[in-house]
Design a protein around this ligand. Sequence first.
Ligand code: GYE
Length: 370
Amino acid sequence: MYRKTRREKHKITGVTIFLLSAALLFCMAGCGRKEDASDEAESTLSQDNPPEHIVTIGFSQIGSESDWRMASTKSVQEAFAAHEGFELIYNDGQQKQENQIKAIREFIDQDVDYILLDPCVETGWDSALLEAKEAGIPVIVYDREVVVSDNSLYTAWIGSDFYLEGKKACTWLREYLQAIGYYGDVNIVDIQGTFGASAQIGRSRALDEAVSENSRWHLIGQETGDFTTSKGREVMEEMLIQHGGNINVVYCENDNEAYGAIEAITKAGYKIGSDFAAHEMLILSFDSTSEGLRLTKEGKIAVNTECSPLYGPRLVRMIEQMEAGEKPEFRTYIEEEQFSAFTGIGSLRIDGDSYFVTRVTDELLDEREY
Ligand code: GYE
C-alpha cells in the first residue's frame, strides 16, 4: 500500500523529468537521432538483469544510555543484516531529540524506503514526520511512542505498555507488603526515566496513582536518573543525603538506574531488604536485563518487571509485510513477564487479568539474550 503510493509519486516525478529531458534532447539534436546499436544492447542488458531492489531503512535510535538500549540496537541491526535485500542506515541520536529530527531529515534527503524511529520523547515530532509523509516515506515507530496531532503521520507503532508495567510493579509491592505482614508507612523514592519518554510517563504515572490509592504510601522523592547508571547513582546519593535511612522503597524506572542506586545505598552503609525497622531498602526495577535478573536472583532487586528490547525480528516482519503491499497493525503491544526471587506471590491480578511472577533460575539467566 505505502510502497505503491511512494512509487506512484516517484513515477509522476520520473515521467515529468523524462518528458522534459526528452524535449530538451530533441531540441538540442535538431531533429532527433536514431538509437545506435550500443544503446540498444545496453537497454536489453538492463532488462534481462534488472538491478536487485535493495530496501533502505533509516534507523534513528535514541542513544546508548542503557543495557536495554544496546540490546535493542543489536537486535535491530542483526535482524536486518540477516535478511538479504535490506540496508539499514543507523543513526545514534545521543539522547537528543534535535539529533533524531536531523537524522530523519537526512534520511528523507537520502530517499530511504522506510524510517524506523525510537523517539526519545513523545512530543515535538509533527514537522519532521510531516516532511517524511510528504516525501512518501513510511515511518515505523517502535518502543517509545510519539504523540502527534495527526496519527496518519506515522504508519505503525509497536512497543510495551509502560503504564501496565508500572501497575504490575506497584501491585506486586502491595501484595508483597501484605505477604510479609507489613502494614506501616512506606516511604518511596522514584528514580525516573528521561522526562517526557513514554517509558517514564507510564511508569511514573502508575506509581503516582498507586501512592494516591494507598494512604500509607508516601512519595518522598522523585527525580530523573535519565535511564543511566551514573545518574541513577547520583540521584540516589542525593536522596540518601536528604532522607537517610527513612527511605523504604526505591522505584527505579530501569535496571541501569537500579545498578547505580544499589551502589549508592551500599556505599552509604545501608542494606538492601525489607527490614524497614533496620533501615533496609527495597529496590524495584524494570527491563529484566541479564544483570538485572542476576541482581533479582540475589534478592537485591525485589521485583523486576520485564520490558523486552528484542524488536529486530518483529520490525523485519513488519517491513516485509509492507513490501508485500499489506498494511501492518497500527498499534501493537508486546507481552512481558515479571521476575522475583520471592516465591510468595505466584501471580497478580490487574483489571481482571492475571500476570505470572516468574522465579529467576540459573537456566533463565543462561538463556537471557540481553
Ligand atoms: O526501559 C530503558 C531504556 O524505552 C523501554 O529506555 C525503553 C527504556 C528502557 O533506556 O532501559
